[in-house]
Each structure stands twice: as structure tokens, then as C-alpha cells.
Design a protein around this ligand. Structure first.
Ligand code: COS
Length: 393
């Protein structure tokens, strides 16, 4: 598949095409397939520093604080994530978390918060994290129970956060907690918590099939200044959802990068593998499989860049389109990768083979930042709402 073709699509402009070719040439040299690192935290920090040095993290912040575009540009996030994911899931992770962990500050932070945190994202000197999920509040984010009690000029936080990417490795966390008595989504407020805040502890590291820093964090009487609150009390759920509207298309873009790589690996394998006196590519069954894979990759790309383009240009919420892109592209990538493993035969399940790695890399994307079922719920609700306007259509 001609990788450059899709960047000719009308919803990308010249700046995106330039970015796509620049990031591709950098990634082709800098991100090489290798062994999984022993020290994953150190590997992520090295990647973040490298991404900062090479200017890629400028796409995670607005121009006012060293970024490239006036506001964070979803299409750029998607192009970079697709490109990194094609070559190295950990590089994609390192990039994505710098964006996800700082985006709430970029969108809703005070001038002081932006000045204090965003330049460190741009130059790759701070590792960021986004702490929303809790043991009993994953898909149902509004059910979170971590509390923030106002005490004079401070807030005191208590509770448990889990599935926190970069948990234990981050320099700061954007973290969501409940202030006051308001129930559900209305009682949630966003805060910034620095890593050395007394009472903030890594309770347990979580080891997953595609390794990256992940932990359960405990907050015991964590005292932080009121100036660490992002936006007003009670705005937290909206801050979290706006952040996810920007990042869900980029999760879909990462899935697209994995799928595209699996497709390309399968094509190479089919062309070179000989059996029964011909190549695997000569079998119609293989041709049908590759045909299906190409269609899934293409459809994913259309949905990813449609959602990202709308996010950048439409003056409205794009929750539905972001959900459709994430749901479709992650599920499609799983199918494409599974097919690629099948085409590789036994080699496809050998530890370290590219498609075996992709098979592990893709799985979590169907779960994090809103599982497929949550995306179905979001889309279904929008479709069923009496008034599309009320549902943000
Ligand atoms: N942007 C801005 N505001 C939003 C929003 C968005 N994308 N989505 C919802 N809101 C607002 C709503 O407008 C509503 O505001 P009002 O109370 O003022 O009307 C409020 O937030 C509550 O919305 P809603 O009733 O739809 O919330 P629910 O509790 O029903 O939650 C889902 C809906 C399931 C969609 C939400 O909990 C979700 O996305 N869950 C997945 C969480 C997730 O991705 N976790 C992973 C964390 S990152 S690893």
C-alpha cells in the first residue's frame, strides 16, 4: 500500500503533508525494531527526551507555549501516532502520554499552570500522566470516589487511582477527584499533582502483555495548593471528556499504524513464502485475506482522519465521530493483525516476530480510553437522542 497516498486526502493540508514526510524519515532512522527494554521507565524517559530534542512534542502543546499550531492539532497527533505505532509501540506510548497528560492543562489550565508545565512537555524534561480510572470507576468514569477536601488555601486528596499509564514514572499527574457533595459527573474536579507530593505513593506496578509503565497509585492526605486545581470546582468531568475527544482519534490512529504494519508484513510474507510449488500470494485464499485487510486499513484511515479533521475545524463537539473512529479502528486492527499472524503460520506466534508483537500491542487499545463497549454506548446514545443538538451532534 502506498503509504503516502492517504496524506493527499483533502482533509489534510500542506503542513500535515510536510509533517508526515518529516516524521516518517525521522522514525525510519530512529525507531528500530529491537529487544524489549529491561527498565521500561528508563526507556520511556529516554524516548520522551529524544522526542523533545527532535521537536515532536511541540505537537502536544499550543503555539503560545512552544507548540506548532495555535491550538493542539488533532490531525498532527494522529499522523505522528500512526507513524510511531507502525515502528515502535513504546515510542507511540511515550508521545501519546505526553499529550494526554498535559492536554487538560493546555485546554483549561491557568496561565501559571501552562507556564509551569507545558514548556517541560515541549522539551521532553517532564513525563506526564492522566489519572482518571479507579478500581470501581473505569468505563463509568463519573463514579470515581477519590476525594479532594478544601482546607484553607489547600486541597487534601485521598483515594486510589489505577490503570494509570506512567504511574510511578511520571513527574506530574493530571488527576480527577470529587469535591463537595455533588453526585456523579457534577462533583468532579481536575488537579495537577507533582510526583514528590507527600502521601502520593505507587501502590503496585501492573505488568501487561505489551509492557509500558502502569500502576495503581494511592493518595493519603496529599496536600496540594488550590492553585493546582484545573478550571473551576465541578468542571473536572468535562475537562476529562474534552481531553478524550481530542485523544480518542489518536488512539484510533495508533491502531491504524499497527494494522498498516501488519498488512505490510503479511504482504511481504505472502510474496516470499513458497508452498505447494507456488507462493502464498498465488493462493486465492491469501488474496482474499489481504483484500479484507486492505479494506479495513483504508476504512480505519478514513474514519481516523475524518474525526481528527472535524475536531480541528468544526465548531462543535466531535464525541460521536471520535468514538466511531476509536471503536472501528481498534477492532479492525485486531482483525488485521490476527490475519497477519495466520499468514505467518508458526512464525507468527514466535516471541519477537513483528506480527507477534503487534498481536500483543493492539489488545489494550480496545480497552483503554473508553472500551469498545463505551464507544458503542456513546454512538448509540447520539443516534437515539431526540435532539441531535442536545447530544452534541
Ligand atoms: N465534552 C464536554 N462535555 C461532555 C462530554 C464531552 N465529550 N461528554 C459528556 N460531557 C458532559 C455532558 O454534557 C454532561 O454535562 P451536563 O451535566 O452539564 O449536562 C456531563 O458531562 C455528563 O455527561 P453524561 O451524562 O453523558 O455522562 P455519563 O456519566 O453518562 O458518562 C460515558 C458517559 C460512559 C461516555 C463516560 O463515562 C466515558 O467516556 N467513560 C469512559 C471513560 C474512559 O474513557 N476511561 C478511560 C480513562 S483514560 S485510560
Amino acid at each position: 500500500m502506498a503509504a503516502a497516498d492517504r496524506f493527499e486526502w483533502p482533509w489534510l493540508d500542506e503542513a500535515h503533508r510536510k509533517l508526515a514526510s518529516g516524521v516518517e524519515s525521522w522514525a525510519a532512522k530512529a525507531l528500530v525494531d529491537g529487544e524489549e527494554p529491561d527498565d521500561i521507565d528508563a526507556a520511556v524517559r529516554r524516548l520522551v527526551e529524544d522526542l523533545g530534542r527532535n521537536g515532536w512534542l511541540r505537537y502536544c502543546v499550543p503555539a503560545s507555549h512552544g507548540g506548532v499550531f495555535p491550538a493542539v492539532d488533532c490531525r498532527s497527533l494522529c499522523i505522528i501516532r500512526e507513524t510511531f505505532a507502525y515502528r515502535d509501540a513504546l515510542a507511540d506510548f511515550a508521545f501519546a502520554l505526553e499529550g494526554l497528560g498535559s492536554c487538560s492543562i493546555a485546554l483549561r489550565g491557568s496561565a501559571e499552570q501552562k507556564d509551569a508545565y507545558l514548556p517541560r512537555i515541549v522539551n521532553g524534561t517532564a513525563v506526564a500522566a492522566f489519572a482518571l480510572s479507579e478500581p470501581d470507576a473505569g468505563s463509568d468514569a463519573a463514579a470515581l470516589t477519590t476525594t479532594a477536601r478544601r482546607d484553607g488555601d489547600d486541597y487534601v486528596l485521598d483515594g486510589v487511582k489505577t490503570w494509570t499509564s506512567n504511574g510511578g514514572a511520571a513527574d506530574f499527574y493530571v488527576l480527577f477527584a470529587r469535591v463537595g457533595e455533588q453526585p456523579g459527573s457534577k462533583g468532579i474536579t481536575a488537579f495537577i499533582i507533582d510526583r514528590d507530593t507527600p502521601g502520593l505513593e505507587t501502590e503496585a506496578r501492573i505488568h501487561v502483555m505489551a509492557p509500558h509503565p502502569l500502576a495503581t497509585m494511592r493518595l493519603r492526605g496529599c496536600r496540594i495548593p488550590a492553585s493546582a486545581r484545573i478550571g473551576a470546582e465541578g468542571d473536572g468531568f468535562k475537562v476529562a471528556m474534552e481531553t478524550l475527544d481530542l485523544f480518542r482519534p489518536s488512539v484510533a490512529a495508533a491502531a491504524l499504524g499497527f494494522a498498516r504494519r501488519a498488512h505490510d508484513e503479511a504482504v511481504m510474507r505472502a510474496r516470499s513464502r513458497r508452498m505447494f510449488g507456488q507462493t502464498l500470494a498465488d493462493f486465492q485464499l491469501t488474496q482474499a485475506a489481504i483484500g479484507d485487510m486492505a479494506a479495513l486499513v483504508d476504512a480505519s484511515a478514513l474514519l481516523v482522519y475524518r474525526a481528527a479533521w472535524l475536531r480541528d475545524t468544526a465548531q462543535r463537539r466531535v464525541t460521536k465521530e471520535a468514538a466511531i473512529a476509536k471503536m472501528f479502528a481498534t477492532e479492525a486492527a485486531q482483525k488485521v493483525i490476527d490475519r497477519a499472524v495466520q499468514i505467518h503460520g508458526g512464525l507468527g506466534v514466535v516471541r519477537g516476530n513483528v506480527v507477534e508483537r503487534l498481536y500483543r500491542d493492539i489488545r489494550a487499545l480496545r480497552i483503554y480510553e473508553g472500551a469498545t463497549e463505551v464507544q458503542q454506548l456513546i454512538v448509540g446514545r447520539h443516534e437515539l437522542a431526540d435532539d441531535g443538538q442536545a447530544a452534541g451532534r
